[in-house]
Ligand binder design. Structure first.
Ligand SMILES: CC(C)(COP(=O)(O)OP(=O)(O)OC[C@H]1O[C@@H](n2cnc3c(N)ncnc32)[C@H](O)[C@@H]1OP(=O)(O)O)[C@@H](O)C(=O)NCCC(=O)NCCS
Length: 393
Protein backbone atom coordinates (compact mmCIF):
# COMPACT_ATOMS: atom_id res chain seq x y z
CA UNK A 1 0.00 0.00 0.00
CA UNK A 2 1.41 3.37 -0.93
CA UNK A 3 1.53 6.00 1.77
CA UNK A 4 3.18 9.36 1.59
CA UNK A 5 5.32 10.37 4.48
CA UNK A 6 7.10 13.62 5.16
CA UNK A 7 10.48 13.43 3.43
CA UNK A 8 13.41 13.36 4.02
CA UNK A 9 13.33 10.59 6.59
CA UNK A 10 16.12 8.43 7.91
CA UNK A 11 15.91 4.69 7.33
CA UNK A 12 16.75 2.88 10.57
CA UNK A 13 17.18 -0.85 11.11
CA UNK A 14 14.70 -1.51 13.91
CA UNK A 15 14.34 -5.30 13.77
CA UNK A 16 16.46 -8.30 12.79
CA UNK A 17 16.09 -12.05 12.60
CA UNK A 18 17.63 -15.19 11.14
CA UNK A 19 16.93 -18.80 10.40
CA UNK A 20 19.35 -21.61 9.63
CA UNK A 21 18.31 -25.22 9.08
CA UNK A 22 19.33 -27.48 11.98
CA UNK A 23 20.86 -30.01 9.58
CA UNK A 24 24.68 -29.60 9.62
CA UNK A 25 26.97 -30.88 6.87
CA UNK A 26 30.60 -30.93 8.00
CA UNK A 27 33.64 -30.97 5.74
CA UNK A 28 34.36 -34.54 6.85
CA UNK A 29 30.89 -35.66 5.79
CA UNK A 30 31.29 -33.82 2.49
CA UNK A 31 34.63 -35.54 1.89
CA UNK A 32 32.72 -38.85 1.85
CA UNK A 33 30.58 -37.65 -1.07
CA UNK A 34 33.11 -35.81 -3.21
CA UNK A 35 36.89 -35.92 -3.76
CA UNK A 36 38.01 -33.35 -1.19
CA UNK A 37 39.33 -33.12 2.36
CA UNK A 38 38.51 -31.16 5.48
CA UNK A 39 42.05 -29.75 5.44
CA UNK A 40 41.74 -28.47 1.84
CA UNK A 41 38.39 -26.81 2.45
CA UNK A 42 39.53 -25.15 5.71
CA UNK A 43 42.77 -23.89 4.19
CA UNK A 44 41.29 -22.62 0.94
CA UNK A 45 37.95 -21.27 2.15
CA UNK A 46 37.83 -21.14 5.97
CA UNK A 47 34.60 -23.15 5.92
CA UNK A 48 34.21 -25.94 8.49
CA UNK A 49 30.53 -26.79 8.12
CA UNK A 50 27.37 -25.51 6.50
CA UNK A 51 23.60 -25.89 7.00
CA UNK A 52 21.57 -27.81 4.46
CA UNK A 53 17.81 -27.43 4.20
CA UNK A 54 15.90 -30.69 4.44
CA UNK A 55 12.21 -29.83 4.68
CA UNK A 56 12.77 -26.06 4.61
CA UNK A 57 12.25 -23.99 1.48
CA UNK A 58 13.49 -20.49 0.69
CA UNK A 59 10.11 -18.96 1.59
CA UNK A 60 9.85 -20.90 4.85
CA UNK A 61 13.29 -19.76 6.00
CA UNK A 62 12.56 -16.19 4.90
CA UNK A 63 9.31 -16.31 6.87
CA UNK A 64 10.99 -17.47 10.11
CA UNK A 65 13.67 -14.77 9.83
CA UNK A 66 11.01 -12.15 9.10
CA UNK A 67 8.90 -13.21 12.09
CA UNK A 68 11.94 -12.78 14.32
CA UNK A 69 12.66 -9.34 12.89
CA UNK A 70 9.06 -8.22 13.50
CA UNK A 71 9.20 -9.55 17.05
CA UNK A 72 12.43 -7.65 17.80
CA UNK A 73 10.94 -4.45 16.35
CA UNK A 74 7.55 -5.04 18.02
CA UNK A 75 5.83 -4.25 14.73
CA UNK A 76 2.67 -5.94 13.42
CA UNK A 77 2.70 -7.45 9.92
CA UNK A 78 -0.11 -5.13 8.80
CA UNK A 79 2.20 -2.14 9.34
CA UNK A 80 4.62 -3.36 6.64
CA UNK A 81 4.49 -1.34 3.42
CA UNK A 82 6.89 -3.41 1.33
CA UNK A 83 8.61 -6.81 1.44
CA UNK A 84 11.77 -7.42 -0.58
CA UNK A 85 13.22 -10.92 -0.74
CA UNK A 86 16.75 -10.95 -2.14
CA UNK A 87 17.33 -14.45 -3.48
CA UNK A 88 18.83 -16.37 -6.37
CA UNK A 89 17.09 -19.54 -5.27
CA UNK A 90 13.43 -18.47 -5.25
CA UNK A 91 10.68 -21.02 -4.80
CA UNK A 92 9.53 -20.47 -8.40
CA UNK A 93 10.42 -18.25 -11.36
CA UNK A 94 7.11 -16.72 -10.35
CA UNK A 95 5.17 -16.10 -8.16
CA UNK A 96 7.75 -14.17 -6.18
CA UNK A 97 8.95 -15.73 -2.94
CA UNK A 98 8.26 -12.32 -1.38
CA UNK A 99 4.54 -12.73 -2.16
CA UNK A 100 4.51 -16.12 -0.43
CA UNK A 101 6.13 -14.53 2.63
CA UNK A 102 3.65 -11.63 2.49
CA UNK A 103 0.75 -14.10 2.52
CA UNK A 104 2.14 -16.23 5.35
CA UNK A 105 2.88 -13.15 7.46
CA UNK A 106 -0.62 -11.79 6.86
CA UNK A 107 1.02 -8.53 5.73
CA UNK A 108 -2.13 -7.39 4.01
CA UNK A 109 -0.94 -3.82 3.34
CA UNK A 110 2.41 -4.74 1.82
CA UNK A 111 3.70 -4.86 -1.73
CA UNK A 112 6.18 -7.66 -2.35
CA UNK A 113 8.85 -8.52 -4.88
CA UNK A 114 11.98 -10.62 -5.29
CA UNK A 115 15.31 -9.04 -6.02
CA UNK A 116 17.93 -10.87 -8.05
CA UNK A 117 21.48 -9.64 -7.52
CA UNK A 118 23.08 -12.90 -6.32
CA UNK A 119 25.24 -12.48 -3.22
CA UNK A 120 24.92 -8.67 -3.39
CA UNK A 121 21.11 -8.96 -3.20
CA UNK A 122 20.69 -8.04 0.44
CA UNK A 123 22.66 -4.79 0.08
CA UNK A 124 20.69 -4.00 -3.09
CA UNK A 125 17.51 -4.58 -1.07
CA UNK A 126 18.68 -2.22 1.65
CA UNK A 127 19.44 0.45 -0.95
CA UNK A 128 15.95 0.15 -2.45
CA UNK A 129 14.29 0.16 0.97
CA UNK A 130 16.28 3.13 2.24
CA UNK A 131 15.51 5.07 -0.94
CA UNK A 132 11.78 4.38 -0.57
CA UNK A 133 11.84 5.48 3.05
CA UNK A 134 13.98 8.57 2.45
CA UNK A 135 11.78 9.61 -0.44
CA UNK A 136 8.69 9.31 1.75
CA UNK A 137 6.94 6.62 -0.33
CA UNK A 138 7.03 3.97 2.39
CA UNK A 139 7.76 3.90 6.09
CA UNK A 140 8.18 0.24 7.01
CA UNK A 141 10.09 -2.10 4.72
CA UNK A 142 11.14 -5.68 5.34
CA UNK A 143 14.34 -6.77 3.57
CA UNK A 144 15.11 -10.48 3.61
CA UNK A 145 18.02 -12.45 2.18
CA UNK A 146 17.10 -16.14 1.84
CA UNK A 147 18.72 -18.96 -0.09
CA UNK A 148 18.54 -22.70 -0.63
CA UNK A 149 21.62 -23.08 -2.79
CA UNK A 150 22.03 -26.71 -1.75
CA UNK A 151 19.28 -27.59 -4.23
CA UNK A 152 21.09 -25.95 -7.16
CA UNK A 153 24.55 -27.35 -6.55
CA UNK A 154 26.19 -30.14 -8.47
CA UNK A 155 27.21 -32.35 -5.56
CA UNK A 156 29.81 -33.97 -7.83
CA UNK A 157 31.58 -30.66 -8.52
CA UNK A 158 34.06 -30.21 -5.67
CA UNK A 159 34.93 -26.69 -6.81
CA UNK A 160 31.43 -25.39 -5.98
CA UNK A 161 29.55 -27.78 -3.69
CA UNK A 162 31.95 -27.18 -0.79
CA UNK A 163 31.28 -23.45 -0.75
CA UNK A 164 27.58 -22.90 -0.25
CA UNK A 165 25.04 -23.33 2.55
CA UNK A 166 21.37 -22.52 3.21
CA UNK A 167 19.77 -19.95 5.49
CA UNK A 168 17.95 -16.65 5.81
CA UNK A 169 18.34 -13.29 7.51
CA UNK A 170 15.97 -10.35 7.69
CA UNK A 171 15.93 -6.75 8.80
CA UNK A 172 13.02 -4.38 9.27
CA UNK A 173 13.64 -0.77 8.28
CA UNK A 174 11.54 2.14 9.48
CA UNK A 175 11.57 5.83 8.72
CA UNK A 176 12.35 8.21 11.55
CA UNK A 177 13.09 11.91 11.81
CA UNK A 178 16.22 11.33 13.90
CA UNK A 179 19.43 11.08 11.83
CA UNK A 180 21.16 7.69 11.60
CA UNK A 181 20.40 4.32 10.08
CA UNK A 182 21.41 3.80 6.45
CA UNK A 183 23.93 6.56 5.73
CA UNK A 184 25.03 5.66 2.23
CA UNK A 185 24.72 2.93 -0.39
CA UNK A 186 26.88 2.01 -3.36
CA UNK A 187 25.64 -0.41 -6.02
CA UNK A 188 27.61 -1.72 -8.97
CA UNK A 189 27.44 -4.21 -11.80
CA UNK A 190 29.71 -5.55 -14.53
CA UNK A 191 27.60 -7.80 -16.72
CA UNK A 192 30.62 -8.67 -18.85
CA UNK A 193 31.54 -11.10 -16.06
CA UNK A 194 28.15 -12.80 -15.94
CA UNK A 195 29.42 -16.17 -17.13
CA UNK A 196 31.98 -16.37 -14.32
CA UNK A 197 29.25 -17.39 -11.89
CA UNK A 198 25.98 -18.62 -13.31
CA UNK A 199 23.27 -21.21 -13.60
CA UNK A 200 23.26 -21.57 -17.38
CA UNK A 201 19.83 -23.15 -17.97
CA UNK A 202 16.27 -22.93 -16.73
CA UNK A 203 15.67 -19.35 -17.78
CA UNK A 204 14.14 -18.10 -21.02
CA UNK A 205 17.40 -18.29 -23.00
CA UNK A 206 18.04 -21.98 -22.28
CA UNK A 207 14.72 -23.39 -21.12
CA UNK A 208 14.72 -26.76 -19.43
CA UNK A 209 15.13 -29.65 -21.85
CA UNK A 210 16.49 -33.16 -21.73
CA UNK A 211 19.78 -31.77 -23.07
CA UNK A 212 20.09 -29.08 -20.37
CA UNK A 213 19.37 -31.62 -17.66
CA UNK A 214 21.85 -34.14 -19.11
CA UNK A 215 24.48 -31.38 -19.33
CA UNK A 216 24.04 -30.47 -15.63
CA UNK A 217 23.25 -26.96 -16.83
CA UNK A 218 20.80 -26.30 -13.99
CA UNK A 219 23.56 -26.24 -11.39
CA UNK A 220 25.90 -23.46 -10.25
CA UNK A 221 28.90 -23.06 -12.55
CA UNK A 222 31.82 -20.95 -11.48
CA UNK A 223 35.25 -19.78 -12.53
CA UNK A 224 36.63 -19.69 -8.99
CA UNK A 225 39.90 -17.96 -9.78
CA UNK A 226 38.33 -15.09 -11.70
CA UNK A 227 35.59 -14.60 -9.11
CA UNK A 228 38.26 -14.60 -6.41
CA UNK A 229 40.23 -11.90 -8.25
CA UNK A 230 37.11 -9.77 -8.73
CA UNK A 231 35.98 -10.21 -5.11
CA UNK A 232 39.27 -9.18 -3.51
CA UNK A 233 39.41 -5.97 -5.55
CA UNK A 234 35.78 -4.97 -5.24
CA UNK A 235 35.47 -5.60 -1.51
CA UNK A 236 38.09 -2.99 -0.72
CA UNK A 237 36.87 -0.45 -3.29
CA UNK A 238 33.20 -0.75 -2.33
CA UNK A 239 33.92 -0.47 1.41
CA UNK A 240 35.93 2.71 0.91
CA UNK A 241 33.30 4.20 -1.41
CA UNK A 242 30.43 3.64 1.04
CA UNK A 243 32.45 5.27 3.84
CA UNK A 244 33.46 8.19 1.65
CA UNK A 245 29.87 8.79 0.55
CA UNK A 246 28.87 8.91 4.23
CA UNK A 247 31.76 11.33 4.99
CA UNK A 248 33.48 8.69 7.11
CA UNK A 249 36.93 7.14 7.04
CA UNK A 250 38.14 3.61 7.76
CA UNK A 251 39.02 4.79 11.28
CA UNK A 252 35.37 5.73 11.88
CA UNK A 253 34.20 2.23 11.01
CA UNK A 254 33.49 0.09 14.09
CA UNK A 255 32.57 -3.13 12.32
CA UNK A 256 32.61 -4.39 8.75
CA UNK A 257 30.17 -7.16 7.92
CA UNK A 258 31.27 -8.58 4.58
CA UNK A 259 29.62 -11.18 2.40
CA UNK A 260 30.80 -14.49 3.87
CA UNK A 261 32.26 -16.10 0.75
CA UNK A 262 35.78 -17.11 1.64
CA UNK A 263 38.15 -16.30 4.51
CA UNK A 264 40.95 -15.64 2.03
CA UNK A 265 38.93 -12.94 0.28
CA UNK A 266 38.11 -11.29 3.61
CA UNK A 267 41.67 -11.63 4.93
CA UNK A 268 42.96 -9.98 1.77
CA UNK A 269 40.63 -7.02 2.36
CA UNK A 270 41.65 -6.80 6.02
CA UNK A 271 45.31 -6.68 5.01
CA UNK A 272 44.85 -4.22 2.15
CA UNK A 273 42.86 -1.81 4.30
CA UNK A 274 45.09 -2.31 7.35
CA UNK A 275 42.12 -3.20 9.54
CA UNK A 276 42.43 -4.81 12.95
CA UNK A 277 40.71 -8.24 12.59
CA UNK A 278 38.30 -7.41 15.45
CA UNK A 279 36.74 -4.79 13.16
CA UNK A 280 35.55 -7.49 10.78
CA UNK A 281 32.81 -10.00 11.55
CA UNK A 282 32.98 -13.54 10.19
CA UNK A 283 30.82 -16.62 10.68
CA UNK A 284 31.53 -18.37 7.38
CA UNK A 285 33.24 -21.23 9.21
CA UNK A 286 29.79 -22.35 10.42
CA UNK A 287 27.59 -21.54 7.44
CA UNK A 288 29.71 -21.26 4.29
CA UNK A 289 28.48 -18.92 1.60
CA UNK A 290 24.74 -18.38 2.04
CA UNK A 291 24.67 -15.84 -0.79
CA UNK A 292 22.05 -13.10 -0.22
CA UNK A 293 21.45 -14.41 3.31
CA UNK A 294 25.06 -14.13 4.42
CA UNK A 295 25.21 -10.45 5.46
CA UNK A 296 21.94 -10.36 7.43
CA UNK A 297 22.81 -13.71 9.03
CA UNK A 298 26.20 -12.34 10.04
CA UNK A 299 24.63 -9.09 11.28
CA UNK A 300 22.20 -10.95 13.54
CA UNK A 301 24.99 -13.10 14.98
CA UNK A 302 27.21 -10.04 15.49
CA UNK A 303 24.34 -8.50 17.48
CA UNK A 304 23.86 -11.71 19.47
CA UNK A 305 27.60 -11.72 20.26
CA UNK A 306 27.37 -8.08 21.42
CA UNK A 307 29.66 -6.88 18.65
CA UNK A 308 27.17 -4.11 17.74
CA UNK A 309 25.94 -1.26 19.94
CA UNK A 310 24.11 2.03 19.44
CA UNK A 311 26.34 4.68 17.90
CA UNK A 312 28.47 2.14 16.00
CA UNK A 313 29.26 2.74 12.36
CA UNK A 314 28.94 -0.45 10.34
CA UNK A 315 29.71 -1.24 6.74
CA UNK A 316 28.00 -4.08 4.86
CA UNK A 317 29.74 -5.14 1.67
CA UNK A 318 28.49 -7.75 -0.78
CA UNK A 319 29.71 -9.08 -4.14
CA UNK A 320 28.87 -11.92 -6.44
CA UNK A 321 27.16 -13.15 -9.57
CA UNK A 322 26.17 -10.62 -12.18
CA UNK A 323 28.85 -9.57 -11.55
CA UNK A 324 27.39 -7.31 -8.90
CA UNK A 325 28.56 -5.56 -5.79
CA UNK A 326 27.03 -3.34 -3.13
CA UNK A 327 28.09 -1.62 0.05
CA UNK A 328 26.27 0.30 2.69
CA UNK A 329 27.37 2.46 5.66
CA UNK A 330 25.05 2.31 8.65
CA UNK A 331 24.88 4.21 11.91
CA UNK A 332 23.38 1.76 14.36
CA UNK A 333 20.73 3.37 16.56
CA UNK A 334 18.70 0.58 18.14
CA UNK A 335 19.33 -0.94 21.56
CA UNK A 336 20.53 -4.49 21.03
CA UNK A 337 19.44 -6.00 24.32
CA UNK A 338 16.86 -8.64 23.54
CA UNK A 339 13.54 -7.65 25.05
CA UNK A 340 11.71 -10.35 26.97
CA UNK A 341 8.54 -11.07 25.01
CA UNK A 342 5.59 -11.45 27.40
CA UNK A 343 3.90 -14.85 26.93
CA UNK A 344 0.61 -13.15 26.03
CA UNK A 345 2.34 -11.21 23.26
CA UNK A 346 4.03 -14.37 21.92
CA UNK A 347 0.66 -16.17 21.92
CA UNK A 348 -0.92 -13.23 20.12
CA UNK A 349 1.75 -13.36 17.38
CA UNK A 350 1.28 -17.11 16.96
CA UNK A 351 -2.46 -16.61 16.65
CA UNK A 352 -1.92 -13.81 14.13
CA UNK A 353 0.14 -16.10 11.86
CA UNK A 354 -2.34 -18.95 12.23
CA UNK A 355 -5.15 -16.58 11.33
CA UNK A 356 -3.18 -15.38 8.28
CA UNK A 357 -3.00 -19.04 7.14
CA UNK A 358 -6.71 -19.55 7.69
CA UNK A 359 -7.51 -16.34 5.79
CA UNK A 360 -5.22 -17.36 2.94
CA UNK A 361 -6.92 -20.74 2.69
CA UNK A 362 -10.30 -19.02 2.83
CA UNK A 363 -9.32 -16.75 -0.08
CA UNK A 364 -8.21 -19.76 -2.14
CA UNK A 365 -11.42 -21.66 -1.46
CA UNK A 366 -13.57 -18.60 -2.18
CA UNK A 367 -11.73 -18.00 -5.45
CA UNK A 368 -12.48 -21.58 -6.54
CA UNK A 369 -16.11 -21.35 -5.50
CA UNK A 370 -16.43 -17.99 -7.25
CA UNK A 371 -14.92 -19.45 -10.42
CA UNK A 372 -17.22 -22.48 -10.31
CA UNK A 373 -20.33 -20.39 -9.72
CA UNK A 374 -19.43 -18.00 -12.54
CA UNK A 375 -18.88 -20.87 -14.96
CA UNK A 376 -22.23 -22.39 -13.99
CA UNK A 377 -23.98 -19.06 -14.46
CA UNK A 378 -22.34 -18.63 -17.88
CA UNK A 379 -23.55 -22.08 -18.87
CA UNK A 380 -27.12 -21.34 -17.82
CA UNK A 381 -26.99 -17.95 -19.47
CA UNK A 382 -25.51 -18.88 -22.88
CA UNK A 383 -24.60 -22.59 -23.19
CA UNK A 384 -23.44 -22.05 -26.81
CA UNK A 385 -20.61 -19.73 -25.57
CA UNK A 386 -19.13 -22.27 -23.17
CA UNK A 387 -16.83 -25.12 -24.28
CA UNK A 388 -16.62 -28.61 -22.80
CA UNK A 389 -14.21 -27.45 -20.08
CA UNK A 390 -16.60 -24.86 -18.82
CA UNK A 391 -14.48 -22.03 -20.27
CA UNK A 392 -15.84 -19.25 -22.42
CA UNK A 393 -15.32 -19.93 -26.14
C1 LIG B 1 36.87 -22.07 -5.20
C2 LIG B 1 38.26 -21.72 -4.65
C3 LIG B 1 38.29 -22.00 -3.18
C4 LIG B 1 39.27 -22.62 -5.34
O1 LIG B 1 40.55 -22.27 -4.89
P1 LIG B 1 41.74 -22.05 -5.95
O2 LIG B 1 42.97 -21.83 -5.20
O3 LIG B 1 41.30 -20.99 -6.91
O4 LIG B 1 41.77 -23.46 -6.60
P2 LIG B 1 41.78 -23.84 -8.15
O5 LIG B 1 40.40 -23.86 -8.68
O6 LIG B 1 42.82 -23.06 -8.90
O7 LIG B 1 42.30 -25.32 -8.00
C5 LIG B 1 43.56 -25.63 -7.43
C6 LIG B 1 43.63 -27.12 -7.27
O8 LIG B 1 42.75 -27.50 -6.20
C7 LIG B 1 41.85 -28.48 -6.66
N1 LIG B 1 40.59 -28.34 -5.97
C8 LIG B 1 39.55 -27.52 -6.28
N2 LIG B 1 38.56 -27.70 -5.39
C9 LIG B 1 38.98 -28.64 -4.53
C10 LIG B 1 38.41 -29.25 -3.40
N3 LIG B 1 37.18 -28.94 -2.98
N4 LIG B 1 39.13 -30.17 -2.74
C11 LIG B 1 40.36 -30.51 -3.14
N5 LIG B 1 40.96 -29.99 -4.20
C12 LIG B 1 40.28 -29.04 -4.89
C13 LIG B 1 41.75 -28.24 -8.16
O9 LIG B 1 41.33 -29.39 -8.85
C14 LIG B 1 43.15 -27.87 -8.50
O10 LIG B 1 43.92 -29.03 -8.61
P3 LIG B 1 45.09 -29.13 -9.67
O11 LIG B 1 46.08 -28.09 -9.30
O12 LIG B 1 45.59 -30.54 -9.47
O13 LIG B 1 44.47 -28.92 -10.99
C15 LIG B 1 38.63 -20.25 -4.93
O14 LIG B 1 38.87 -20.05 -6.30
C16 LIG B 1 37.57 -19.30 -4.49
O15 LIG B 1 37.26 -19.21 -3.34
N6 LIG B 1 37.02 -18.49 -5.42
C17 LIG B 1 35.98 -17.58 -5.10
C18 LIG B 1 34.71 -18.34 -5.04
C19 LIG B 1 33.60 -17.58 -4.40
O16 LIG B 1 33.76 -17.03 -3.36
N7 LIG B 1 32.46 -17.57 -5.08
C20 LIG B 1 31.29 -16.94 -4.61
C21 LIG B 1 31.41 -15.48 -4.73
S1 LIG B 1 29.99 -14.74 -4.21
Amino acid sequence: MSANYQSPRYAHIVGWGKYVPPNVLTNEELAKKVDTTDAWIRKNTGIVERRIATKETTAAMALYAAQDALEVADVNPNEIDLIIVATSTPEYIFPATASIVQDKLGAQNAGAFDLSAACSGFVYGLAVAAGMIRGGTYNTVLVIGAETFSRLLNWKDRATCILFGDGAGAVLLQGRDEPGGILSTILGSDGSGGELLEIPAGGSKNPTSLETVMANAHFVKMNGREVFRFATRIMVDATKQALQKANLTLDDMDLMIPHQANIRIIDHAIKTMGLPPEKVYMNLDRYGNTSAASIPLALVEAIEEKRVKPGDRLVFVGFGGGLTWGSCAVEWTEPVVKRAIPPAKAAQSKLRYQWANVKSLGHRVLRRVDDGVNRALDLIDKPENVNGNGNKK
